[in-house]
Design a protein around this ligand. Structure first.
Ligand code: ADP
Ligand code: 5GP
Length: 190
């Protein structure tokens, strides 16, 4: 099985990226490490600083943009920046790991363009917009305004799925996990 490879999961908010990525991290045979992004949004109650995200201020984020510290970054939602630090990728590659990303659709396509041969870019899709809305509501992590913003953005993001290496439909979770593992086995070589 190869190492030093990149596997990206992108999807609209609420599609199930975090759930899938957490499952894959627990499958030790893949030697995955999670690429911890920097963000200017506030931590959710269940999130752990430096493990889920590096939480920084907008001022700190923009300073890092200026000094070229990001491999890629996006203002994913108005006023909220997210980015992959070059230092994070160097750190994880030096550990001999494969790297797992949970990034937005534009970030995912940018990473794929930078590492065309060493990257598998997977788009996570949902059975319908209604299911997506239901999952986001049930997760109960967003204010009403944030929720609306995420649903609006989801419609644009869905249109970009054809540019990905694979589309993974997240309907029944056990089947999604199996299909995700199968995609990764093919990519890394079992
Ligand atoms: P994302 O990281 O893409 O925003 P999450 O992994 O946080 O999405 O999933 C959004 C919500 O939907 C969470 O509450 C999660 O438990 C739930 N969820 C994820 N996958 C499924 C599924 N296949 N069926 C039902 N609920 C799901
Ligand atoms: P959330 O606030 O729900 O954790 O994430 C919101 C969106 O930002 C998700 O689509 C997530 O994948 C994306 N995101 C997280 N980190 C990064 C990153 O480093 N770069 C980019 N481009 N998007 C990211």
């Amino acid at each position: 099985m190869k190492t030093g490879q990149l596997v990206v999961f992108s999807a609209p908010s609420g599609a199930g990226k975090t759930t899938i990525v957490r499952h894959l991290l627990a499958q030790t045979q893949f030697k995955f490490a999670f690429s911890v992004s920097a963000t200017t949004r506030q931590p959710r109650p269940n999130e752990r600083p430096n493990l889920d995200y590096y939480y920084i201020t907008q001022e700190q984020f923009l300073a890092k943009v200026k000094t070229g510290d990001f491999l890629e970054y996006q203002q994913v939602y108005e006023g909220f920046y997210y980015g992959t630090l070059k230092s994070e990728i160097e750190r994880l590659r030096a550990l001999g790991k494969n790297i797992l990303f949970d990034v937005d659709v534009h970030g995912g396509l940018n990473i794929k363009a930078m590492y065309p041969d060493d990257c598998l870019a997977v788009f996570v899709s949902v059975p319908s917009m209604e299911v997506l809305q239901e999952r986001l509501k049930k997760r109960n992590t967003e204010s009403e305004a944030q929720y609306e913003m995420r649903i609006e953005k989801a419609k644009q993001e869905m249109r970009l799925k054809t540019y990905f290496d694979a589309v993974l439909l997240n309907d029944k979770l056990t089947q999604t996990f199996q299909e995700a593992e199968s995609l990764i086995n093919q990519f890394l070589g079992s």
